[in-house]
Design a protein. Sequence first.
Length: 351
Amino acid sequence: MNEAIKTILEIAVCAPSGENCQPWRFEVRDNQVDIFNLPERDNSLYSWGQRASYVAHGALIENIKIAASNFGCSSRVSLFPDPNNLLLVARISLEQISPRKDSLFDFIKERATNRKPYTNTALTADQRAELDNIPESIEKGRILFLEDEQKRKVVAQAAAGNERILFENLSMHNFFYDHITWTEKEDREKNIGFYIKTFELPLPAEKMFKLAKNWKLLQVLNRIGFSKLIVKQNAKVYASGSAFGIIAMPSNSAEDFVSAGMLFQRTWLTITKMGLSFQPLTGILFLMQRILGDEVKEFTPQQKIFVQDQYKQIQNSFGITNETIAMMFRIGDGGRPTARSLRLPPVVEYI
C-alpha cells in the first residue's frame, strides 16, 4: 500500500497553510500515517500555540481522507494520539476498501486563494443549501455565512485592520517580508512563502509594496497615513463578493483548531467546485488568540486594544458570543487568480 500512500500524500500537501509554510512531515508504518507538526516553519505572531499550523494540519487531514477514499482506502483519524509528543498531530490508519470517489477530489489541486475584487452576486438557493450541509461530514464546529451588504462592510473593515498592524508592528512586518518571493524563478526554487503575484496588486501598488519593505521608510509613510490607506483599499476589496463565512468552534483548544481546518478545507473545496472564488481572512482572528493567551509583549497597548475592537466587530456581526471564531473567509466570483502558490514535495519516512 506504500505506493498508494505516497500518491495520497503528494495530493494532500496541496492543503493551504499560513504564509504557505507547509508545516508538516510524515512517518509511514505499515498502513499507518503519522503526521508531525514542524513548529519552526511558522514562528509568526499569527501562530500563537501553533493554532494557525493546526488549521493547516486539519486541511491536510481532510485532503488525506478525500484522496484515500478515491484510492480505495478507508481512513480512521486520531488527533494528538501521544500526550507525550504534541508534535504528533494526527495518526491516520488506512484500510483497503472498494474505491469511492469523493466529489471534492478533483478540486484539491484546483483550490487557490483569490485576492481579486469579486462581483457582488448573491449566492443561489442551491449553493446555500450545499454549503449549509457541509458540517454534517465533520464531527464538530459550524459554518456561519453573512450576506447582508452593510454587515459585510463592517466585517471587511475589521478584517483589513490586520494590515494596519502588519505595517505598524516591526516583528510582523519583518516576518511577512521575509516570506515573500519576488520573482517566478525565486518562487519555483523555494516552493514556499508568498509569491508577490498572488497578492493581485496593480503595478503602482506593487512598487509601493516593495518600498514598504524598508522599515524606516515605512515609518515615515505611516506618519502621512500609509497604513490607514492600505486598510481603506483592502476593506473595499474584502467587501466585494457574495458573502463572508466563519468557522465557529466550541473552544480554542488545539484539537478544535485541527477540526476547524478540516471543516475549512471541505468548505473551500466545495466553493471551488461551485466555480466561485475564495480568500481566507484570518489575521485578526489569530492575533486575538495571542492576546487571549496573554503573549502580547510585541504589541503596543494601542495595538492590543485595536485588535480586540476589530475582533468584537466580527463577533457582533455574526452573533457569536461563547464560541471561538477559528477561521474567516470571503466568497464570490473573482475569475481566475493571476498566480498560485507552489508546494514542496512531502517529506515521508517509511519505517
